[in-house]
Design a protein around this ligand. Sequence first.
Ligand code: GMT
Length: 380
Amino acid sequence: MKIGIVCYPTYGGSGVVATELGMGLARRGHEIHFITYRRPVRLAHFHEKVFYHEVDSDDYPLFEYPPYDTALASKIVDVVKYQNLDILHVHYAIPHAAVAYMAKKILLTEGRYLPVVTTLHGTDITLVGNNGAFAPVVEFSINKSDGVTAVSQSLKDDTLKLFNIHRDIRVIYNFIDFERFRKTDKEHFKKIIAPDGERILVHTSNFRRVKRVEDVVRVFKQVRDKLPSKLLMIGDGPERQHAERLCRELGTCDDVRFLGKQDAIEELLAICDLFIMPSESESFGLAALEAMACEVPVISTNAGGLPEVNIHGVTGFLTDPGDVDSMARYAIQLLSDEEMLSQFRKNALAQAQVFDIDNILPDYERFYEEVLSNSAVKVE
Ligand code: GMT
């Protein structure tokens, strides 16, 4: 198949999933055309079946806000026509699903039907999408897509609850590539971070409010009061400065390292003992899955789709959002019991294997085929 992929090219989970999906589909013989405003961060290597089309929206003095949506729609029309795409897969509803609808309408005037698949990732529904500023367009463009997927059952349920949707939504989970995410021996590196054999806790995110990063610091403070330990904070975003300030207030700075954005996250996860994800809302929790694939158990909240990934008492523990004391209690329990920790590491890996890229990618292929066979040319 010739597949167009539209996504955010940044460090966000939706862009990561879109890029890994495209690369995986290319390895399976499909021709993939990424259409974005910048080369996606994980699109690092050349592949003969992968193409990248950059959207450039000209800066003109009249525009206070450059009309990106218009530029993207024009680019989609151009790529579909000249690369002869079979299907377009857009990731994150805003604005991609609406833009895809516009491109589809333009192509219809030329007698060409473009089947569009929209994948809902989380905040496009739970935080941003149901905000009055976007809701009518999100609802309309979900209903107008030829196929819609959600990354967890929880996100599907939320979508049906928050919007008036009269079409099916298929759950296709996030996935993990074990070629990259697996535990490797990084003992030398571990000695630098934890020279006296301290336990290593880790958090990775885009440090947005929804991630509750200050809870990570508070949990760590309680753990470190009981056990020699270190904390790695990976990623960057608006809440980072608050977390750093809190470290100073709590006197934990010597044991906390803010590493900023990192490309080789798997190398850092390889030395960690426990992943903390205290999110207020989380449709799936790809970062937790990446940790589990590297045999790192997870303490997370029970928000959104997290219980579909992290199994309480098996691969880690779940608490209500904001329940820092329970998170700390579970962390101390797990990190002070070598046998339990080792069992949880194995369980985490086994659960991560359910989401192996080789299991999930065929679901997308089958879904594309279904959508293609259901798509009939219709001019509205
Ligand atoms: O906030 C993020 O984690 C980024 C965000 C995105 O859309 O870029 O991630 C969402 O999509 C990921 C991939 O499907 C999911 O694994 C994350 O759980 C989801 N984030 C939230 O729901 C907050």
